[in-house]
Write a protein that binds this ligand. Structure first.
Ligand SMILES: *Cc1c(COP(=O)(O)O)cnc(C)c1O
Length: 389
């Protein structure tokens, strides 16, 4: 099939919910990928932070294929050692007590909302407080949780029970934390909102406020989690103790999985029949996720993510067209002095570099396993494109 034929098929049979770039990948290997005509790309996207171990990692592929050939699915009325094994390994890596498995970040947040509502029920508190410029997903409840009006447009009425406070503004959070609030949900580094890190002091103070008011402190680590920031969960860098962590993207290494992790004091808060998912905890997906957790949770692996992030930040900051670089680890946003981020993305793709944008910024989420050689190769193309805009 030629690229033109693929594009025509897409145009005819797929609902146009994505602004696509003229790239169709058929094969990959760590941070390199190829299209059907053999054109090579360096990948600074990892499928929006999903392919934590890069494309087609041999050990991950072996774990997944092995499980597919053993037993591919069983219903959640039965036990699966892949499922229970992942739950233990993930809870231990995260410092949490129990996991609920689902299939995406939005579903992980949906579960967190149910935990929060149930927690607040006895004192009549049901509002979930989130931050401006947050992103929590596309289902109707996570859309309501997303503090960006652009996403709400055309989909009224929104689910009730959500409120928003200015990010990095403790007084704004304090003002909104009245008796109706059962939980605060926030990203430690806002991803889709423009790669905006929350200040360490703000995070600690919001956590303290939550404790004081008996409100759950919940972190959406869907993008920032699973090694992305150089810590297994980003909150571990600052010694935070969230009541709930939601996680997805990088967790499956490329297969759909999400999880809502709860702390000890919320053990068994949801009862049989109160939450479920047909595919949640699927053994093939869990086999892949176990390989991801095993590798990414190793201190040397996380150390390397931090080093690569520091290296990339330093090189990017030295480019004359770059105004600022922000983010953590291998979750980086680049503010350009001039030029449109989307134009830069298109030009990079033409030259064989895949990147992302977030609001007006260029965004990089390379696979955590990217080599220094591939970082340099990608930076070379990026620098060349910036010279031409
Ligand atoms: C991507 C993302 C989500 C939504 O995840 P899906 O798997 O697309 O449902 C939620 N929260 C954050 C922070 C995200 O980056």
């Amino acid at each position: 099939m030629t690229f033109q034929e693929i594009k025509e098929q897409d145009s005819r049979y797929i609902l146009h919910t994505y602004g696509r770039v003229d790239v169709a990948l058929v094969k990959g290997q760590n941070a390199r990928a190829w299209d059907g005509a053999g054109k090579e790309y360096i990948d600074f996207t990892s499928g929006i932070g999903v392919n934590a171990l890069g494309y087609a990692d041999p050990q991950w592929a072996k774990a997944v294929a092995g499980q597919a050939g053993a037993i591919q699915h069983l219903c959640n009325y039965y036990y699966s050692p892949q499922n229970t094994g992942l739950a233990q390994e993930l809870c231990q890596a995260a410092g949490m007590a129990q996991a609920f498995f689902c299939n995406s970040g939005a579903e992980a947040n949906e579960c967190a909302f149910k935990v929060a509502r149930k927690y607040g029920e006895k004192r009549g508190a049901s509002t979930i407080l989130t931050l401006t410029d947050s992103f929590h997903g596309r289902t109707l409840a996570t859309l309501a949780a997303t503090g960006q009006e652009a996403f709400h447009k055309d989909f009224q009425p929104l689910n009730p029970g959500f409120a928003y406070a200015q990010a990095n503004d403790l007084e704004a959070v304090r003002e909104k934390l009245d008796g109706s609030v059962c939980a605060v949900l926030l990203e430690t580094v806002q991803g889709e909102g423009g790669v905006v890190p929350m200040e360490e002091g703000f995070l600690h103070e919001v956590q303290a406020l939550c404790q004081e008011k008996d409100v759950l402190f919940m972190l959406d680590e869907v993008q920032a989690g699973v090694g992305r920031t150089g810590y297994f969960y980003s909150c571990q860098q600052w010694g935070l103790s969230p009541d709930v962590i939601t996680t997805a993207k990088g967790l499956g290494g490329g297969l759909p999985i999400g999880a809502c992790l709860v702390a000890e004091r919320l053990r068994d808060i949801l009862k049989p029949g109160q939450q479920g998912s047909t595919f949640g905890g699927n053994p093939v997906v869990c086999a892949g996720a176990r390989e991801v957790v095993r590798r990414v949770s190793q201190p040397e692996f996380l150390q390397q993510v931090r080093e690569k992030g520091a290296y990339l930040t330093e090189k990017l900051s030295a480019l004359p067209q770059v105004e600022a670089v922000r983010g953590r680890g291998l979750m980086l946003g680049v503010k350009l002095k001039k030029g449109d981020a989307h134009d830069v993305l298109v030009k990079c793709a033409e030259k064989g570099l895949l990147i992302l944008t977030a609001k007006a910024l260029v965004r990089f989420l390379p696979p955590l396993t990217i080599t220094k050689e591939d970082i340099d190769a990608g930076l070379g193309i990026f620098a060349q494109v910036l010279e031409e805009i």
